[in-house]
Design a protein around this ligand. Sequence first.
Ligand SMILES: CC(C)(COP(=O)(O)OP(=O)(O)OC[C@H]1O[C@@H](n2cnc3c(N)ncnc32)[C@H](O)[C@@H]1OP(=O)(O)O)[C@@H](O)C(=O)NCCC(=O)NCCS
Length: 147
Amino acid sequence: MGRRDVHSPLIEPAIAEDEAAVVALWHACGLTRPWNDPHADFALALGGAASTIFVARGEGMIEGSVMVGFDGHRGWVYYLAVSTDQRRTGLGRALMAAAEDWLRARGAPKLQLMVREDNAAALDFYQALGLERQKVAVLGRFLKEGA
Ligand SMILES: CC(C)(COP(=O)(O)OP(=O)(O)OC[C@H]1O[C@@H](n2cnc3c(N)ncnc32)[C@H](O)[C@@H]1OP(=O)(O)O)[C@@H](O)C(=O)NCCC(=O)NCCS
């Protein structure tokens, strides 16, 4: 079930047919990196029982998206994107609220996300939403063969 108010487009879970438009939005918003396959990321998140992607549907186009998942301990948010011509209208805030509602409904006690250190605009945005910077280092390793 989606929801709409006077100022924002309909926010609802993505469907498989949204893949091309959502990946195009991620590219346009600078969220893709050569070592990630955004199409595989979309399919995995949409196909998993513990994750989803919300989209903001405008007039015939997707104006925003956010990926959210619950790993059983923390809720994680990825790929928050708002098209450049829709920014500063509250859409990013509304997408984060949709992700938070989805996590609350699953009993997740905390929402977390990673932001690249040089993404000052996103850091300011998250701070405006009341998220706090955590004193942790993020470590990682790719699990795909050949990566
Ligand atoms: C970050 C992003 C999602 C914000 O979306 P948005 O729809 O413009 O955000 P909102 O309109 O809901 O902003 C809510 C509040 O956040 C703050 N904020 C938003 N963008 C900001 C910016 N560029 N600089 C400083 N503060 C900002 C403001 O306080 C804003 O309230 P205001 O408009 O009343 O001043 C959008 O800029 C984006 O898609 N950026 C590129 C992709 C990206 O970096 N995603 C995050 C990856 S971790």
